[in-house]
Write a protein that binds this ligand. Structure first.
Ligand SMILES: Cc1cc2nc3c(=O)[nH]c(=O)nc-3n(C[C@H](O)[C@H](O)[C@H](O)COP(=O)(O)OP(=O)(O)OC[C@H]3O[C@@H](n4cnc5c(N)ncnc54)[C@H](O)[C@@H]3O)c2cc1C
Length: 476
């Protein structure tokens, strides 16, 4: 076991070889830059120490990535792939030093194929750029994480990022048709193709989705597009309390007979935090809780009927007010409030854990009740928001300012996870395991599955050089 974590240091000769292969201007050893590229959005105080790489590389092509991996493989140097660093699991942190490989220079959209409804990109393209480019052609790219204005598509694929439209369109993995991947030994292969059906071989495309950079490096992605819905309306329904808001979620589908594109939840504290962060009143800012419900379709009359139906239904189920946003600026106000919450948490608090719990959708009310009970029993503050429509809630537990805050948070997490398992829940719905959560995998997966993950990792990466120290808990 120890052997798989024995690595070599990057020597002057190795640096020179890297410079020769990818150009000296793409090789950086500046300490300040290394520090900036050595963490993601998990607060650094979550860990026992700082983790830094020895070298930062900026490949410009698949060939560059391949050459880097050949050198790293030969010399047994750890390599951590890095997108935009917006991750919430410590996935882009160089746990074993070595190389951080940033994809910010591989940022081109290579093709938009209107015949086959696909878009092909490099890994460093910002997610929102893909949506914008598709929309210019009357098409929809349905991946929509809240971080989409900053995150890269490579990072979205590696995390199988979810976001706001999963209930209707699925997570990032559901948008994938094909991936070009550089394997740890530097060989380059394509998984999948533009075809919509493919059972030739194993489904490596979807194994890569959510593989957190431990199996291979994504250097190109072919993503599905679909016609852009002609009309969309956002409703913000204000409820007196969390329970009534959450109880209403399944009613939209069962009683209303509708599948919205989004059903997002904010509790009272999340609404207040958004107001404080944005320094402006947000719609329903004083409500006990709120749901944002987005409807999309092609028929103006039908969408009007649908939002009237949801408006009436929500009032029947306790909503005290319903705002309808059908213009760009009113929509932006609603979504700005929702999207600002994770940033606001990081801005106003330094000691917290942003959880990413996912449960069967019918268990969401019980989940929130359980978080309240456990957090209150432990004397901890909490904020709840997230993707209520698909059962993925970002309950954030905030620690008081005390010497043993780490221990208190960990103890609270363990008690919450024990209950979560009983309700058929899981540790992470979309943020991933990474460095932050790997120690908790053993509570959720059985021995047979944990062993299988190790075997898959070693089948792709026998020298354990690609993003070591993530997802797999070898120490266990
Ligand atoms: C304010 C905020 C809101 C967020 N909202 C959401 C949300 O709604 N839904 C959601 O799912 N997530 C959300 N996130 C989390 C984060 O944005 C996503 O996990 C995102 O997919 C990370 O992309 P990134 O480019 O920043 O990747 P990074 O954080 O840089 O890396 C993430 C992982 O991907 C690997 N990786 C990166 N590029 C490659 C590649 N080319 N090949 C192989 N592996 C690679 C890295 O090694 C790492 O393990 C949010 C984060 C923030 C800060």
């Amino acid at each position: 076991m120890n052997d798989i974590f024995s690595y070599n240091k990057i020597t002057a000769e190795i640096t020179a070889a890297l410079k020769e292969k990818i150009g000296a201007h793409n090789v950086c050893a500046d300490e300040e830059k290394l520090e900036a590229y050595s963490h993601d959005e998990v607060p650094q105080n979550a860990y026992d120490k700082k983790y830094t790489a020895e070298l930062l590389l900026f490949p410009e092509s698949t060939e560059h990535v391949s050459e880097i991996m050949k050198i790293a493989y030969e010399h047994k140097i750890p390599v951590t792939p890095r997108g935009a660093g917006t991750g919430l699991s410590g996935g882009a942190l160089p746990a074993w030093g070595g190389i951080v490989m940033s994809f910010e220079k591989m940022n081109r959209i290579l093709e938009l194929d209107e015949e086959n409804l696909t878009i092909t990109t490099e890994p460093g393209v910002v997610t929102a750029e893909i949506s914008r480019m598709a929309a210019q052609h009357g098409l929809l790219y349905a991946g929509d994480p809240c971080s989409g204005d900053a995150s890269f598509i490579g990072g979205n694929i590696a995390e199988n990022a979810g976001g706001n439209k999963v209930i209707k369109y699925g997570a990032t993995g559901a948008q994938l048709l094909a991936l070009e991947v550089v394997l740890p030994d530097g060989s380059v292969t394509w998984f999948g193709g533009k075809r919509r059906k493919d059972v030739t071989g194993l489904d490596f495309v979807h194994l890569m989705a959510g593989s957190e950079g431990i199996l291979g490096i994504i250097t190109k992605a072919v993503l599905k597009l679909m016609p852009l819905p002609r009309h969309s309306v956002d409703l913000l329904a204000a409820f007196p309390d969390t329970q009534s808001a959450i109880d209403f979620v399944p009613r939209i589908i069962t009683e209303g007979g509708l599948i919205p594109a989004s059903i997002e939840f904010l509790d009272h504290k999340a609404l207040k935090l958004a107001e404080k962060y944005l320094n402006t009143e947000v719609p329903a800012g004083n409500a006990g809780a709120a749901l944002i419900i987005q409807l999309e379709n092609n028929d103006a009359d039908l969408i009007e009927k649908e939002f009237e139906e949801i408006g009436k239904l929500s009032q029947k189920h306790g909503a005290v007010e319903v705002y309808v946003a059908d213009t760009r600026s009113t929509k932006d106000r609603i979504w700005q409030a929702r999207k600002s919450v994770p940033e606001a948490v990081s801005f106003f608090y330094s000691r917290y854990t942003k959880e990413d719990l996912a449960v069967p959708t019918a268990m969401v009310p019980r989940l929130l009740e359980m978080i309240r009970e456990k957090a209150e029993a432990d004397g901890l503050e909490w904020i709840a928001y997230g993707h209520a429509g698909d059962g993925n809630m970002h309950c954030t537990i905030i620690s008081p300012d005390c010497a043993d805050w780490h221990e208190r948070l960990h103890a609270a997490q363990e008690r919450i996870y024990a209950e979560l398992i009983k309700m058929g829940g899981t540790l992470s719905g979309e943020h991933g395991i990474g460095f932050k959560r790997k120690g908790y995998m053993k509570f959720f997966l059985d021995e047979a599955q944990l062993e299988l993950i190790k075997r898959v990792k070693l089948a792709f990466d026998p020298r354990n050089i690609l993003n070591p120290g993530k997802l797999v808990d070898w120490e266990r």
